[in-house]
Write a protein that binds this ligand. Structure first.
Ligand code: NAP
Length: 241
């Protein structure tokens, strides 16, 4: 029987690439989207594997629990959870509102907490499973005008390392992939000049593709990474070493 991977943010650029890559590796897929139903349906039609869509706002623990229960009912088990859903925002620190802050933490950090907690009941029972969190280079280094985003992603890295220690004895690994600047809709707030300036800071001399991140996720999801946990795998073209 094919292993099942649950991917949040599957309707976005990186999530889509992860889905296509894991499908190639033989996974069945539970694909979570929130607002972008059309993109999710297009992805489902493109995939040549067993797959199903689930609408869920990762900010809601209730919706997350219902989604995980539905996936378990449909697929029997969840072998790999990819916490990929996220939002970004560029603002001066003093302009960040309470709502901006709550929204950023709820989406990028609490969402991963809710999904990890919900899938772990089954993973611990089976003494097997992998959780992969999509962090960010800004969570490693901090970014000016993205303090709330950097804080949420740094929190996700902390959660990755701490949870890895807690669930290792249950046969479960928890790792993160930390992308640099990746060409998806998330970059649409940046001008061409901004992107060119970022490219100049990257030793490998190009912005990343969603597929670069997907390859790293596929590695962590596969058997070749079975002895890795608590690791943050950077995919940033050498931007931060
Ligand atoms: P994207 O194309 O904008 O996709 C974002 C995804 O997150 C969408 O599928 C969106 O779903 C989902 N999402 C957002 N809020 C949600 C919510 N409340 N509930 C459920 N899903 C929600 O961005 P991306 O570049 O693929 O980003 C994917 C991940 O990579 C994010 O965690 C991001 O922080 C991280 N990352 C990206 C970059 C980059 O340069 N692109 C760099 C470092 C890290 P709907 O559209 O269906 O609502």
């Amino acid at each position: 029987m094919a292993k099942t991977a649950l991917i949040t943010g599957a309707s976005g650029g990186i999530g889509r690439a992860i889905a296509l890559r894991l499908a190639k590796d033989g996974f069945s897929l539970a694909l979570v989207y929130n607002n972008s139903q059309r993109k999710a349906v297009e992805l489902l039609e493109e995939l040549g594997c067993e797959a199903k869509l689930y609408k869920c706002d990762v900010k809601s623990a209730h919706e997350v629990n219902n989604t995980v229960n539905a996936v378990l009912a449909d697929f029997g088990e969840i072998s790999v959870l990819v916490n990929n859903a996220g939002i970004a925002q560029q603002k001066l620190f003093t302009d960040i509102t309470d709502e901006d802050w709550q929204n950023m933490i709820a989406t990028n950090l609490s969402g991963a907490f809710y999904f990890s907690r919900a899938v772990l009941h089954d993973m611990i029972k089976r003494k097997s499973g992998k959780i992969i969190n999509i962090a960010s280079v800004w969570g490693e280094t901090g970014a000016s005008c993205e303090v709330h985003y950097s804080a949420a992603k740094a929190g996700l890295i902390g959660m990755t390392k701490a949870l890895a220690k807690e669930v290792g004895l249950s046969g479960i690994s928890v790792n993160a992939v930390s992308p640099g600047v990746i060409k998806t809709d998330m970059l649409k707030a940046f001008t061409a000049d901004d992107l060119e300036a970022l490219r100049e800071e990257i030793p490998l001399n190009r912005l990343g593709e969603a597929e670069d991140v997907a390859d790293a996720v596929a590695f962590l999801a596969g058997e070749n990474a079975d002895y890795m946990t608590g690791h943050v795998l950077s995919v940033n073209g050498g931007m931060v070493i």
